[in-house]
Unconditional design. Structure first.
Length: 177
């Protein structure tokens, strides 16, 4: 099986201008390094909170770079410039609302402002796009909740088989799959 490509997109005006170091993209990368045992390759991007740029980046990662999974961080809140969910919805063929619902539910046990994230997920062709909030500590909090379902989701889209280190995280696949 060929190596899975995973897009890692930091959406932040200040990180993209170099005003602070991007900790979100590396946190996603580190999370995947720990959890995945099958071969994979990161395709990283750091971009501003501009809807057109986000849409173009997500489309490129799915269509040209052939990423089976694209994980974004940032731009999911109520600020005027937070438009990552709108960009995600605009490039997706079908939405996967359960991801946002579950991540908010789990995040609410960590922080009362979890409901301020409009994070969502959806499918563009054979790629799954998942939004995470911008706070670096939110990354593991959210991925721990939804990642167990991601390998099977990608199987169902005929993508590469993602294997996990079961000591870290057990990917759920219905029996016999
Ligand atoms: N990619 C990141 N790397 C490091 N810290 C981050 C990142 N994204 C967010 N943060 C931290 O989380 C806080 C809240 O995140 P939020 O998404 O609201 O950032 P922000 O202030 O909207 O960023 P920006 O204005 O640059 O888009 C930020 O002030 C910053 O301290
Ligand atoms: N797990 C988790 N979810 C979280 C947070 C967090 O710290 N941990 N921060 C919340 C806050 S304070 C905001 S404003 C929203 C949106 O963040 P974003 O605009 O950086 O995407 O995510 C929320 N969801």
């Amino acid at each position: 099986m060929n190596s899975a490509k995973i897009g890692i997109v930091t959406v932040s005006d200040r990180a993209s201008r170099g005003e602070y170091q991007d900790l979100g993209g590396p946190a996603i990368n580190d999370y995947l390094q720990v959890v995945l045992t099958s071969e994979w390759q990161a395709v990283p991007r750091v971009i501003p909170d501009e809807q057109a740029v986000i849409e173009q980046t997500l489309s490129d990662l799915c269509d040209q770079q052939d990423c089976c999974l694209v994980i974004t961080t940032g731009g999911t809140g109520p600020s005027r410039r937070d438009v990552t969910p709108e960009a995600t919805e605009s490039v997706c063929d079908r939405m996967m609302p359960g991801f946002g619902e579950l991540m908010r539910q789990v995040s609410l046990t960590k922080v009362p402002t979890a409901i301020l994230s409009r994070q969502t997920a959806g499918l563009r062709g054979d790629s799954l796009i998942v939004n995470l909030p911008g706070k670096p500590k939110a990354i593991a909090e959210c991925l721990d909740a939804v990642f167990p379902a991601i390998p099977y989701c990608i199987d169902l889209m005929n993508g590469p088989r993602l294997e996990t280190d079961e000591k870290q995280l057990v990917a759920f696949r219905p029996k016999g799959k």
